[in-house]
Design a binder for this molecule. Structure first.
Ligand code: NAI
Length: 251
């Protein structure tokens, strides 16, 4: 395995499950020292065990990415312990419920925006000072819902459109300062988030798979590979983009 992340410090949020877990494992396998952050302490522990079993380096942080004090304290900790940050993958997220817009509870809307969008703002706000010291990258997880309008998911789609906007602004502000910032837009990915929804609604799951030209959902590792590429020197001239990884769903 190529160890191009040897000596690098990488923060992954939402690392207690799904895409974030796959990314934590992949970055660690490529040599990075990974900070794995998530609200779910048990999920984080499982991720840490998997990384360590494979010989990787990982530290965990049980935080709420929507809480400014949590995010600020984590970045102070990384600065103190590791003395640097080379890459951040701001990936934690929730879908929220499915309601027609006129029925969407306002407090649920606010929570989805806080977890999916405010978190990306806070993450970048506190990651940038460390990244700017020696240069680095940020990848934010958006979704195909950043470019489409899935019925019933107004908060989710609004939050993910917002992630794309924030990514562009941050990329513009930092392109000349050594920090490249991009976003990924996964399509249907087989993680607990989607598997739980499919179990509740198998007809919807079958329909969704029919709508994917590749005929299947993604494995979390296939999405993590895209985040890794955008964090690596291989994408050194890519700034402010939304990389769609969706099996052709939005063709
Ligand atoms: P997942 O549910 O497996 O993992 C999400 C992780 O985020 C969980 O471990 C959860 O505990 C954590 N999390 C939730 N709220 C948090 C908070 N306030 N603070 C800290 N951690 C928190 O879901 P998955 O699929 O891995 O999702 C990762 C990202 O990918 C999300 O941003 C999601 O919106 C996005 N995405 C997922 C797709 C899919 O089909 N699974 C499609 C498009 C985007």
């Amino acid at each position: 395995m190529n160890k191009d992340f040897d000596g690098k410090v990488v923060l992954v949020t939402g690392a207690g499950s799904g895409i974030g877990r796959a990314a934590a494992r992949l970055f660690a396998a490529r040599g990075a020292a990974v900070y794995a952050a998530d609200l779910n302490a048990q999920g984080l522990q499982e991720t840490a065990d998997l990384v360590r079993e494979a010989g990787g380096k990982v530290r965990t942080a049980a935080i709420d990415v929507a809480r400014e004090a949590d995010v600020a304290a984590l970045l102070v900790r990384i600065g103190d312990e590791a003395g640097r940050l080379d890459a951040a993958f701001n990936n934690a997220g929730i879908t929220g419920g499915t309601y027609a817009l006129q029925d969407y509870p306002a407090e649920d809307f606010d929570r989805v925006i806080a977890v999916n969008l405010r978190s990306v703002f806070l993450g970048m706000k506190y990651e940038l000072p460390l990244l700017l010291r020696q240069g680095g990258t940020i990848v934010n997880t958006a979704s195909v819902a950043a470019i489409t309008g899935p019925g019933g998911m107004s908060a989710y789609a609004a939050s993910k459109h917002g992630v794309q906007g924030l990514t562009r602004v941050a990329a513009m502000e930092n392109a000349a300062r050594g920090v490249r910032i991009n976003a990924i837009a996964p399509g249907w990915t087989e993680t607990p988030m989607v598997v739980a929804n499919s179990a509740q609604n198998p007809a919807f799951a079958a329909l969704a798979k029919q709508a994917i030209p590749a005929g299947r959902g993604a494995a979390p590792e296939e999405i993590a590979e895209a985040a890794l590429w955008l964090s690596s020197g291989a994408s050194s001239y890519v700034h402010g983009q939304l990389l769609v990884v969706d099996g052709g769903m939005t063709i």
